[in-house]
Design a protein around this ligand. Structure first.
Ligand code: FES
Length: 295
């Protein structure tokens, strides 16, 4: 910018940019305050709009009004500046110290505006709630807990006929939805069907009765459809109605079709001294969608 009133134009432009950044800082701090005081979605949205808007406007004004916009060309040849050029730069630097100071001030304002927005952006992290910790690795099953039906009746082996299934819960569930959701188990009577017993699980069945988590390892739907009869390749299959994952009960509920990638966890069974079915322990692996199992 040149001319008699050039410097004052530049000063006015710098003031406009500084005001924009200042308003962005105020809006950013307001956003933080609203969030700390309990949050109000409309106010938060409005303040975020103002903070980002003034920040953007300030940057646009800075670029349009304070940075050189003319094309700059230089002849090819030696890259070394002539002594005249160097003296010219030194002279301009000395003359324009005030301008340089003002640009530093603008830079600080810009950092302040970005910082206040950054602080406001940190607060939503608090909305994520506590981490689940190890809670997802455990259910309400424990050693000696009886298997009960939905109405609380304890289950004897004779309550489940061959090729039938029964959904059961740990005793004392009540109406607790959390327990209902992660501890539900499907009890299956395989009769004398030959099972491929997994290593270390030889004592987990009671007669032909086996118990598996009812929570699909794909996305957590209840696996409630049982196909007892059929060809050798389709009998004794548990099916998930959501995305058709199919689990082979004779092979440790290994997934044989569909998107599930992990077997249904098995609950070790035993009988108590009154002849009711009980758990030997909790599940030995996490129940539910398999992404919880990635550590
Ligand atoms: S939730 Fe079972 S297949 Fe998707």
């Amino acid at each position: 910018v040149s001319g008699a009133d050039g410097p004052s134009d530049e000063a006015r432009a710098e003031r406009r940019v500084a005001v924009c950044f200042g308003l962005s800082v105020v809006a950013g701090l307001g956003l933080t305050l609203v969030y700390v005081l309990g949050g109000q979605p409309q106010a938060e949205g409005g303040l975020l709009f103002l903070a980002l808007g003034f920040l953007g406007l300030g940057l646009v004004l800075w670029g349009k009004e304070l940075l050189p916009n003319d094309p700059v060309t230089a002849p090819r040849g030696s890259h070394e500046s002539s002594s005249g050029d160097r003296e010219g730069v030194e002279e301009a630097f000395t003359r324009d110290q005030d301008g340089i100071f003002r640009r530093t001030f603008l830079l600080k304002m810009l950092l302040l505006a970005g910082g206040s927005l950054g602080v406001a952006a940190l607060f939503p992290i608090a909305s994520l709630g506590p981490t689940p910790g190890r809670a997802l690795k455990h259910t309400s099953w424990a050693k000696g807990k009886r298997l009960v039906q939905e109405n609380g009746t304890p289950v004897r082996p004779s309550d489940v006929g061959v090729d039938n299934i029964l959904t059961v819960f740990p005793e004392g569930t009540g109406d607790d939805p959390q327990i209902q959701s992660d501890s539900q188990v499907v009890l299956i009577n395989l009769g004398s069907a030959k099972q491929a017993v997994r290593k270390g699980r030889a004592t987990w069945a009671v007669g032909g009765l086996v118990a598996y988590s009812k929570i699909c390892t794909h996305a957590g739907c209840p696996v409630g459809l049982y196909q007892a009869q059929g060809s050798a390749r389709s009998a004794h299959h548990l099916l998930c109605p959501c995305h058709q994952s199919t689990f082979d009960v004779l092979d440790g509920c290994r997934p044989v079709f569909g998107p599930a990638a992990r077997s249904l966890p098995q609950l070790p069974l035993a009988l108590d001294d009154q002849g009711y079915l009980v758990a030997q322990s909790d599940f030995t692996e996490p129940v539910g969608p398999s992404y919880w199992n990635r550590t």
